[in-house]
Design a protein. Structure first.
Length: 434
């Protein structure tokens, strides 16, 4: 059992002034503070013989006892530059930039561990025995300073020339080698037209459960077509022989594509869509009396992915089956969606063969970003000498509409069913313009 608490604070303040026509001064400061804590509790789990009730051994849960980890990070950034642009005769365009930046970062952590807890009611380090314990901790700092400049010229937006110079210093190097100059020069021109020719793919190629052949989408799925689950021994005997299996009621049933009375690799077909048939996104925004709302929505339609292994196989490394196995096939519950239960990798391939059973529709519609804010009226902010004052809430990946059974249809890809999803992010902010 692990309890993770992460707190992150991000603050930014920036300003931009036009000193004279064509000359701007931009400055931005940022601060980020992170506070992370993790309590990882590994209890002693005893295993008993199912039939006799006798104790067998302790389950390996990757260790035992309580580990507590705390860390904090404090990062600052300052970035400031002058930028000047000037054009002559509508074709000669010059730009100049000079600036300064600095970054600093401090990180520290503490870690403690103890074993031999007499109770699980008080999960604190002091409640464990000091007979088996350890502690560690450290901190580090780094900083970077830079001055930089750039001179650019282009003629008629076609021919380009740019000269850059940086002078950087970092605390990560010894004082004798801490500073260095990094000049660069680049030139180029724009080309108006180009050609692109498609080269024929060549001979058909089959790799695992995918096929590569001219005229098909790249990496098309090449699978057995699963058409159901055997319900009775009579159905098994009246159906095509499935490889050399001892097929039983509750096993997956595949289609005999060539009608030769035998299910084998010759019955594989191209099935599913490795790429979406349709991708879409749109922005929505509205404002009323100081309130504003904006949303970015995107999604895909008719995209299939092939997912198996982790997350689909019961009892792998002692892990319990997922809850959908409650609807598995049994004689009392003749399911048409889940095969009968098996143990880990020991199914002789009957349930793990590459088939459309593991093909999932990963179509989705997701609210990628939602922002709601309120800008205070000028009658109020004029009293505190600011030009704009806005409070807002922003969230990423807040809502997802999908039939995909996994954790994240957007991040998921061919391979293991279990994959780490994108985080939901909630942010509250204050925007101030002087």
């Amino acid at each position: 059992m692990s309890k993770v608490i992460d707190h992150t604070i991000n603050a930014q303040l920036w300003t931009e002034f036009e000193l004279i026509k064509g000359l701007k001064w931009y400055t931005k400061g940022a601060v980020r503070a992170e506070f992370d804590s993790n309590k990882d509790w590994r209890p002693t789990v005893k295993l008993y013989n199912y039939h006799t009730g006798d104790f067998m051994t302790d389950l390996d849960v990757g260790g035992r006892g309580l580990n507590v980890y705390n860390s904090q990070t404090f990062y600052t950034n300052l970035y400031s530059y002058l930028a000047y642009k000037k054009s002559f005769s509508q074709k000669h365009n010059f730009n100049f930039q000079a600036g300064y930046s600095q970054e600093s970062n401090h990180f520290e952590f503490l870690n403690g561990y103890r074993e031999r807890y007499s109770s699980t009611e008080l999960l604190e380090l002091d409640a464990g025995s000091p007979a088996v314990q350890n502690a560690s901790g450290s901190s580090n700092d780094w900083a970077i300073q830079s001055v930089f400049g750039r001179i650019g010229y282009n003629y008629d937006e076609r021919y380009l020339l740019e000269v850059n110079m940086r002078y950087d210093g970092t605390s990560r190097l010894s004082p004798d080698n801490r500073w260095g100059a990094f000049p660069s020069v680049s030139a180029g021109f724009f080309i108006d037209r180009f050609r692109n020719k498609l080269v024929e793919f060549g001979a058909e190629e089959i790799s695992g459960n995918q096929i590569f052949r001219e005229g098909l989408p790249y990496g098309s799925f090449y699978l057995l077509e699963q058409i159901g689950i055997f319900q009775t021994a009579e159905e098994v005997s009246n159906s095509a022989k499935q490889f050399n299996d001892n097929t039983l009621p509750g096993d997956l049933k595949f289609k005999d594509q060539n009608n030769d009375g035998v299910i084998n690799d010759d019955d594989r077909i191209v099935i599913g869509n490795p790429f979406p048939k349709f991708e879409y996104s749109f922005n929505l925004s509205a404002s009323f009396k100081g309130f504003d709302i904006a949303a970015f929505v995107q999604g895909v339609k008719a995209r299939d992915i092939y997912v198996n292994n982790w997350g689909t196989i019961p009892f792998v490394q002692g892990a319990p089956p997922t809850v959908d196995w409650r609807n598995r096939w049994t004689e009392e519950n003749p399911s048409t969606t889940m095969p009968r239960m098996y143990w880990g990798w020991n199914d002789s391939g009957k349930s793990s063969r590459a088939s459309s059973y593991y093909l999932q529709d990963a179509s989705y519609l997701r609210v990628k970003n939602l922002s709601v804010g309120y800008s205070f009226p000028k009658s109020f902010i004029s009293k505190i000498n600011v030009s704009k004052l806005r409070v807002y809430f922003s969230g990423d990946n807040l809502f997802t509409f999908t039939d995909y059974p996994g954790l994240d249809p957007e991040r998921a890809g061919n391979g293991n069913f279990v994959s780490y999803p994108q985080n939901k992010i909630y942010a509250f902010g204050l925007q101030v313009q002087l």
